[in-house]
Design a protein around this ligand. Structure first.
Ligand code: GRF
Length: 218
C-alpha cells in the first residue's frame, strides 16, 4: 500500500506532531510524515521531527513582506517535498483563502474545543467562563473560514470542579493525542470521506458510547 505523503505545519512544542510521528512510525499506518515545517525558528517540534528522522524545515513568516509571499514559500516547499496531505498541528498563522483553496480536502487541523463552540484562541478559558460541563477537541478539514471546516472527529472530556485553563488544556491535550492520529488514519486511508461538505467516518464510536457529566449514581 502506498502511504499518503503527509506534511505537518507547526509553530511550537509539537506534542500533537509527536503523536502523529509515533503513529506513522508503523509501516501499516496509511500516512507517512515526510516533512515538518515551522514558521518559528527553534520551535520544539522541529527537534521531534529530526529525532524521528523526518525532514524539518523553517519558513519564518517574518522573512516575508506579505502573508501571500510567506504562503507561496510554504506551498513551494510542500510541493517540493511531494506532500499530498497537510496536517496543521499547533500552527499559529492564519491562512488566506488563496492558500487554503489550494489544499481543499487535503488539509486538516486540530482545535482544542468541541467545534463549533469556542473557535479561535483562549478556548479553555472561554469554556470555563461559559460553564460548559464537557469540552474537548476537534479535527476538521480546513476551509477558508477559521475553525469552520467539515468536522472529522471529536474527543470529549469533563470539566472538573476547580479546573483552570491550564489544567483543562492539559487534559484536552491528552485527548488530542488520541484523536489526531485516528483522524489522520481515516483521512489517509480514505475511510473518512468528505461528501457534500460533511464527513462520513469509516469507523466511529459504538452506538452506546456516552460521556455524561454529572454521571448517574446508583
Ligand atoms: C494544541 O492544543 C492544538 O489543539 C492547538 O495548539 C496546541 C498545539 O500543541 N491548535 P502542540 O504544539 O501540538 O503541543
Amino acid at each position: 500500500m502506498a502511504r499518503v505523503r503527509t506534511g505537518v505545519l507547526i509553530s511550537g512544542r509539537g506534542s500533537n506532531l509527536q503523536a502523529l510521528l509515533d503513529a506513522a512510525a508503523s509501516q501499516d499506518f496509511p500516512a507517512e510524515i515526510v516533512c515538518v515545517l515551522s514558521n518559528r525558528p527553534g520551535a520544539g517540534g522541529l527537534a521531534r521531527a529530526e529525532a524521528a528522522g523526518v525532514t524539518a524545515l523553517t519558513v519564518d513568516h517574518k522573512g516575508f513582506e506579505t502573508r501571500e509571499a510567506f504562503e507561496d514559500a510554504l506551498h513551494t516547499e510542500l510541493e517540493h517535498q511531494g506532500v499530498e496531505l497537510v496536517c496543521l498541528a499547533g500552527f499559529m498563522r492564519l491562512l488566506t483563502p488563496g492558500f487554503v483553496n489550494r489544499w481543499t480536502g487535503r488539509m486538516i487541523n486540530i482545535h482544542p474545543s468541541l467545534l463549533p463552540s469556542f473557535k479561535g484562541v483562549d478556548t479553555h478559558q472561554r469554556a470555563l467562563d461559559a460553564g460548559v460541563k464537557l469540552t474537548g477537541a476537534s479535527v476538521h478539514f480546513v476551509s477558508a473560514e477559521m475553525d469552520a471546516g467539515p468536522i472529522i472527529g471529536q474527543a470529549a472530556i469533563p470539566v472538573l470542579p476547580g479546573d483552570n485553563a491550564e489544567a483543562l488544556a492539559a487534559r484536552v491535550l491528552g485527548a488530542e493525542h488520541q484523536l489526531y492520529p485516528e483522524c489522520l488514519r481515516q483521512v489517509a486511508s480514505g475511510e473518512a470521506r468528505l461528501v457534500d461538505g460533511r464527513v462520513t467516518l469509516g469507523h466511529g464510536a459504538a452506538p452506546d458510547a456516552r460521556l455524561v457529566n454529572p454521571p448517574a449514581r446508583n
